[in-house]
Ligand binder design. Structure first.
Ligand code: SIN
Length: 342
């Protein structure tokens, strides 16, 4: 093959040869110019559906970046654990296989113990208190809590308050006794279920529906939007409106990727992220309220409301968990969070 090509070229006269080589060089330059003009791909991976606060925020970020840096950057969003799931998304971020992820605040335990704060049961009375704490100096300081691990916190994103779901109505802590509940990979969440003599099973989000459907577990805790979009309500007969904890996110990138961006582009991308987060935080509470109503309307799962004394029984049973994690989280942080309830 090589010999034949050489012979073929040698059939050209010298001027023709020069012309052919110039044409080849021009073609190669055009190709490399075109290749250089390809937009840089930024991957944003997450584990939830697109019709959730996080799914919508990621799409908003994509739209803003592609509008403000057209032809220079494109954002590819991978929802539903398509690219990476709970078990590997942060490792993938540090390998630069993905540039943005937004794990729940419960999923950073391997990188910092400080964020365990958000998992303490009955810490925040509502989402206004969560927002107030996140915007406070203490809350903003936590965005930098994984700096030494090479993880940069871009900002908080709301989902909402968590509810318990199960195959039987959970009105009192004793109703949970002996049952198996899926939790995110968080020791605080495991301790929360230990406190009511239930068994906590740490599993990735992508496995929850099947675990519930096959009755390998009895229940789980999640927000209305996750319960609706992942159809957990179709395989759980009861949802207790407990609002016992918060499920929010931190959008993170890696220090290596972030510092490697040209300063002017980094500024624009940060602005796009801030606007996308503001958008997501604005729609989160309506999304959860709508999804709660859709679940009720479906008639597939019954919503259990707690009386004040029933709710107090859950608080009394679960609040001792705080003391177990105070040293790891920091009393100053817990106090600052409690102060946000005022
Ligand atoms: C998420 O909202 O990102 C998933 C929450 C979960 O793992 O339960």
């Amino acid at each position: 093959m090589t010999i034949r090509n050489t012979m073929h070229i040698s059939l050209f006269s010298q001027p023709l040869k020069t012309f052919a080589m110039a044409a080849f060089a021009a073609g190669a330059m055009a190709t490399s110019f075109l290749a250089a003009a390809e937009p840089v791909e930024i991957k944003f991976s997450h584990v939830v559906a697109e019709n959730t606060p996080k799914g919508q925020t990621a799409l908003k970020f994509k739209a803003l970046v592609e509008e403000r840096l057209p032809g220079e950057y494109k954002v590819s969003v991978f929802p539903n654990s398509q690219l990476f799931g709970d078990n590997n998304e942060l490792a993938a971020l540090l390998l630069n296989d993905v540039q943005f992820v937004a794990p729940s605040l419960s999923k950073f335990e391997r990188y910092t113990k400080r964020l365990q704060l958000f998992d303490l049961p009955f810490l925040f009375k509502d989402m206004d208190a969560v927002e107030k704490f996140q915007m406070s100096d203490a809350g903003q300081a936590l965005l930098g809590s994984m700096k030494r691990k090479g993880i940069v916190g871009m900002g908080y994103l709301h989902n909402g308050m968590k509810q318990f779901s199960a195959n039987e109505p959970l009105k009192l802590p004793t109703d949970a006794s002996g049952k198996k509940f899926r939790v995110m990979a968080s020791d605080v969440l495991a301790a929360q279920f230990d406190a009511v003599n239930a068994m906590a099973v740490k599993k990735p989000f992508s496995e929850v529906f099947t675990l519930l459907q096959t009755r390998a577990i009895d229940g789980q805790e999640n927000t209305w939007s996750n319960i609706y979009s992942k159809k957990f309500y179709e395989v759980q007969s009861y949802i207790t409106e407990s609002n016992h904890g918060v499920l929010d996110y931190m959008v993170v990138t890696s220090a290596a990727f972030w510092k490697g961006l040209p300063a002017d582009k980094r500024k624009i991308i940060k602005q796009c992220m801030d606007e996308a987060l503001a958008y997501g935080n604005k729609i989160a509470s309506d999304k959860n309220a709508q999804d709660r109503q859709l679940i009720i309307d479906s008639g597939e799962s019954k919503v259990v409301e707690l009386s004040d004394s029933e709710r107090q029984a859950w608080i009394d049973a679960m609040k001792p968990v705080w003391g177990k994690f105070e040293d790891q989280i920091g009393k100053d942080m817990i106090d600052a969070a409690v102060a946000a309830n005022k």
